[in-house]
Design a protein around this ligand. Structure first.
Ligand SMILES: O=C(O)CCC(=O)C(=O)O
Length: 335
């Protein structure tokens, strides 16, 4: 064994540990001190560090690690600033927001807002009730999601739990639920507006000028109908959404995209954490209740967890008069 091989006879864990710390930006001097404190000789530590920093793999990795550190710093700055808000866990409730303000402040700023005078002006408000839907569209066969309680990943596997039923029977099932339940729910993926005559419901939706292209509502709107107790787990979407709460109340927990710890362990667009199971600390969670007549602007990338507090009818709209498809935004799936 040559002199150099002998000097570099350092356990692989130390190679890894030292490389990781150097990529994290820890100065060589400190890494060397730690190695020596752990029993690595000063000669070995010196040789190890110069082997690492001279290696082509380290040189290739360093710019990526530097960019990751810069982005992490940016995310930390956003987290710190968000926590200085007077009401960091609330979402502003506003009326009279013009299309220009919605776009410049909330869309461009990627900030949620509750609009209190949008849904209240829809003919749908006050008209859409479970009884009205059953009376008007009772004979329509619709897809709904059922058997959710038997599958912990019920939302991710919505297609597996899809069943066809008459709308009248589905409403009767909702009416018959004596307690809160998450077992059955008509969700966006059921696409009943495009697939059935329920699309006519969109005649009852009239948005303020410039909010969205009215002729595009069909194909970019989703009806949500279910009992009290439905839960949509914590996830994000790849488009901005205007979520109109027409009937009943829903509780929304929302988390900004710069809370990057949520990417760890996420599957597809679903977080592996549940804001209803223990504290999310230090992640900042906005926690609001949508009343009937509220519209929540859900900015693209924001995590949201949704619980229906009552029997509920909602309409999600993602047709805006600007580009609204950010399918490339899938940070939780980066390998
Ligand atoms: O209302 C719900 O249960 C979920 C709504 C939602 O997650 C969405 O519109 O993206």
């Amino acid at each position: 064994m040559g002199e150099q091989d002998r000097e570099l006879d350092v356990a692989p864990e130390w190679w890894r540990w030292a490389t990781e710390n150097l990529l994290r930006g820890v100065p060589e001097r400190l890494v060397s001190e730690q190695l020596q404190a752990a029993g690595v000789s000063s000669v070995q530590a010196k040789e190890l560090l110069s082997a690492i920093v001279g290696s082509p793999i380290f040189l290739a990795a360093r710019p990526f690690a530097r960019a990751a550190r810069q982005h992490e710093m940016l995310a930390r700055l956003k987290q710190r600033m968000a926590s200085t808000a007077l009401d960091p866990t609330g979402i502003p409730r506003r009326s009279g927001v013009s299309a220009a303000e919605l776009r410049d402040v909330y869309v461009a700023g990627n900030m949620p807002v509750i609009l209190t005078d949008v849904v209240t002006r829809w003919p749908a408000f006050g008209r859409w009730t479970p009884a009205y839907l059953a009376e008007t569209f009772g004979d329509v066969a619709v897809d709904v999601t059922t058997g959710r309680l038997s599958d912990p990943d019920y939302d991710m596997h919505a297609a597996r739990h899809t069943e066809s039923t008459l709308l009248r029977d589905f409403v009767a099932r909702i009416d018959g639920a004596r307690t809160e339940t998450n077992d059955f729910y008509m969700v966006a993926n059921n696409r009943v507006l495009e697939r059935t005559s329920l699309g006519a419901l969109l005649n009852d939706v009239v948005l303020p000028d410039g909010y969205c292209a009215a002729q595009r509502l069909l194909g970019s709107s989703a009806l949500w109908l279910g009992p009290a107790g439905t839960v949509t787990p914590l996830h994000y979407d790849t488009s901005n959404i205007l979520f109109g709460q027409v009937y009943g109340r829903k509780r929304y927990r929302m988390i900004a995209p710069f809370e990057t710890s949520l990417f760890d362990g996420a599957r597809a667009m679903y977080a592996d954490r549940d804001p209803e199971q223990g504290s999310m600390d230090p992640v900042l969670v906005k926690d609001v209740v949508l009343e009937p007549g509220d519209a929540l602007f859900i900015p693209v990338g924001w995590w949201h967890h949704v619980r229906a507090l009552d029997v509920s009818i909602s309409l999600g709209i993602n047709s805006f008069p600007f580009h609204n498809n950010f399918d490339w935004y899938r940070p939780s799936t980066v390998a």
